[in-house]
Design a protein around this ligand. Structure first.
Ligand code: 13P
Length: 252
């Protein structure tokens, strides 16, 4: 399996189409040895097509921050995996903590999204992670285990890779993180739980960390045995800053 570090930007609800195209191109042209890393940007729906066109044949790829599970139908306001693929996406995130907390998504819904994305040959990024209270009451491992059990319930579609993002809710946008060793421990737990749930298919998983990743800590997270990549929110919004973070992980 390809073991390049995976580094993605989650631009959340920021940037116009023009800004997204300009900043994506800036990132693409600033990465030193692009074949050493897998880099993609999760964009607002409105920017996906324009950015994927602008990045054609380049190394940085495009993904969505959310998706619906049906292919088409009367689902006002939703976007299907087919539509994302058509617009140039290769990745789709499911179950980000902001979707769970603000929009009430539960793991039943997230499981359907996860499987729909895989069925269409996109790479899903499934988010798991405990809240501050769950951590304080010593429930981190139980929460992660439950989230994975629901997401992987039933059958998992055959096909390519899937990414799991361990993103503790208390670390998102706060500047506070678990230690690289703590994150590594949870990522190992994720790997073991998935192996227990789906056996050999678990080899398709890559397990990432997200939450306040910065220039100071990115190399430390990526040096851990069970952290295959990182997801970056705030520190990815400035294209020069994000490119610097990516370049910090590239050997000359
Ligand atoms: P921050 O890097 O701003 O903590 O955001 C992380 C995130 O939500 C990535 O999905």
């Amino acid at each position: 399996m390809d073991k390049k570090p995976i580094i993605f930007a989650n631009w959340k609800m920021y940037k116009t189409v023009e800004e997204s195209v300009r900043d994506s191109l800036k990132i693409d042209s600033s990465i030193r040895n692009p074949h050493q890393v897998e880099v993609f940007i999760l964009l607002s729906y409105t920017s996906i097509y324009a950015v994927s066109q602008a990045l054609r044949g380049k190394s940085v790829k495009v993904g969505a921050q959310n998706v619906f599970w049906e292919d088409s139908g009367s689902y006002t306001g939703e976007v299907s995996p087919l539509q994302l693929k058509d617009a140039g996406c290769e990745y789709a995130m499911v179950g980000h903590a902001e979707r769970r907390e603000i929009f009430g998504e539960d793991y039943g819904m997230i499981a359907r999204k996860f499987k729909a994305v895989m069925r269409h040959g996109l790479i899903p990024i499934l988010c798991v992670g405990e809240s501050e209270q769950e951590r304080a009451s010593g429930k981190t491992e139980e929460v992660i285990r439950n989230q994975l059990e629901v997401a992987f319930g039933g059958t998992v579609p055959p096909g390519g890779q899937f990414y799991i993002l361990y993103e503790p809710v208390w670390a998102i946008g706060t500047g506070v993180t678990p230690t690289p060793q703590e994150a590594n421990h949870i990522n190992l737990l994720v790997a073991e739980v998935i192996r227990g749930l789906i056996g050999k298919s678990a080899e398709r998983a890559r397990i990432l960390y997200g939450g306040s990743v910065s220039e100071e800590n990115i190399s430390k997270f990526l040096s851990m045995d069970h952290i295959d990549g990182v997801g970056i929110g705030k520190a990815s919004l400035d294209p020069e800053n994000f490119a610097r973070l990516v370049n910090a992980c590239i050997r000359d």
